[in-house]
Design a protein around this ligand. Structure first.
Ligand code: PMP
Ligand code: GLN
Length: 380
């Protein structure tokens, strides 16, 4: 059969996690917490199952959960979200992104994508017959080169994808970025896909520039979230998409014959647990402490930190420490030093190699300490 996604290979997260297992390495590669999630939340799912919430939920998501999410978005972002028409619960953030892309893209449409880019974006565009228009973020701060964006807009531009806080770099968008985006899209039919799965994982008291803050932009946007990231349960694969009523209606047309509805007991549990505002409000400082702890330990190694203002991730440069490419280097760190990272070139179609590797610091302190104990043995 002719492949619809030729030369796609296996995602770097799976490749590096398998290598970590094979070499018994500390896995700071794939982004997932290694500590326990809230017991109360687990308990709530257990209770939901025992109380009989075991059949299909509403196709758009459990109504109470959508109501609670709308309240949360009003209180956090002053957003006026109608739970009936503007929110759909999805099996994870990745699915929400895929569905949004599938909702709008036709063959030949162009989508502006910034690289390094989260690994699912480009395959998701291509499978819809659309064309990713790639723009490199400015190294080493990974900010958006807006002049280049303007120069790449064409009559075929259907969508611009943004992601803040950003995976893999931890950079975040500013108010000025939003203004630049607004200037570009105003008066056009360009859609925005805003991947905000790390909305709460933002540090140093920086405000998260959610698209939900901007009613004019939300009209043309699909904003994607993940419960997995907010509640340390990436394996539960539950998320949601927020949009304006007309776009959401189209999104749901795609969703209803793909997934139809999502895991009921976890929706019941999240609806209850969302009342606990502290659980998400303290998340930024909780994860920031991990970033700071990891950076402190890493200062004993020759690796040079880049800025991380959010997400699970901290990138380090190994420039001047090795002539190897970042893939080779990350593989060698796994095999010889027992620590797994992700080579950032994996997030570029042209494998741009700035000699940067990504570490996930959303781990127990002992895991981070064990990894760095091994990395300090690295000598030039
Ligand atoms: N976008 C980005 C940038 C991510 O890092 C992730 C998490 N891997 C997702 C989307 C998807 O999250 P989920 O696991 O809920 O599909
Ligand atoms: N988002 C996570 C990361 O960036 C992993 C998700 C996955 O393995 N697909 O590491």
């Amino acid at each position: 059969m002719e492949s619809k996604l030729p030369n796609m290979g296996t995602t770097v997260f799976t490749v590096m996690s398998q290598l970590a297992l094979q070499y018994n390495a500390v896995n700071l590669g794939q982004g997932f917490p290694d500590f326990d999630m809230s017991e109360e939340l687990v308990e709530l799912v257990d209770q939901a199952m025992k109380k009989g919430y075991n059949q299909y939920a509403h196709m758009n998501g459990l109504p109470l959960l959508r109501e609670r999410l709308a309240e949360k978005m009003r209180s956090l972002y002053n957003a006026n979200i109608n739970p009936e028409t503007d929110i759909t619960i999805t099996p994870g953030g990745t699915y929400a992104i895929y569905t949004a892309l599938t909702t709008v893209l036709k063959p030949g449409d162009e989508v502006i994508v910034f690289e390094p880019a989260y690994d699912s974006y480009i395959p998701n565009i291509k499978i819809n017959g659309a064309v990713p228009i790639l723009i490199h973020l400015k190294f080493p701060g990974y900010s958006i080169p807006w002049d280049e964006v303007r120069s790449k807009i064409s009559v075929r531009t259907k969508m611009i994808m943004i992601n803040s806080p950003h995976n893999p770099t931890g950079s975040v968008l500013t108010k000025n970025d939003i203004e630049q985006l607004r200037q570009i899209v105003t008066g056009t039919n360009i859609f925005i896909l805003s991947d905000e799965v790390y909305e709460h994982l933002i540090f140093d008291k920086i405000q998260h520039e959610s698209i939900l803050r901007y009613a004019d932009l939300l009209q043309r946007s699909f904003v994607c979230f993940s419960f997995g990231k907010t509640y340390h349960c990436t394996g539960w694969k539950l998320g949601y998409c927020v949009s304006s009523p007309n776009l959401m209606q189209e999104f749901r047309s795609v969703h209803q014959y793909n997934c139809f509805s999502c895991h009921t007991p976890s929706q019941v549990a999240f609806a209850q647990y969302l009342k606990n505002e502290e659980a998400y409000l303290q998340l930024g400082s909780f994860v920031q402490r991990k970033r700071d702890y990891f950076q402190r330990l890493m200062s004993a190694t020759p690796f040079k930190p880049l800025q991380s203002s959010g997400s699970y991730f901290q990138c380090y440069s190994f420039k001047g420490l090795s002539e190897e490419g970042d893939r080779e280097f990350a593989i060698r760190l796994t095999k010889e030093f027992g620590v797994t990272s992700i080579p950032v070139s994996a997030f570029y179609q042209d494998e741009k190699d700035d000699k940067v590797i990504r570490f996930c610091f959303c781990k127990k302190e002992e895991t981070l300490a064990k990894a760095v104990e091994r990395l300090v043995r690295f000598k030039v």
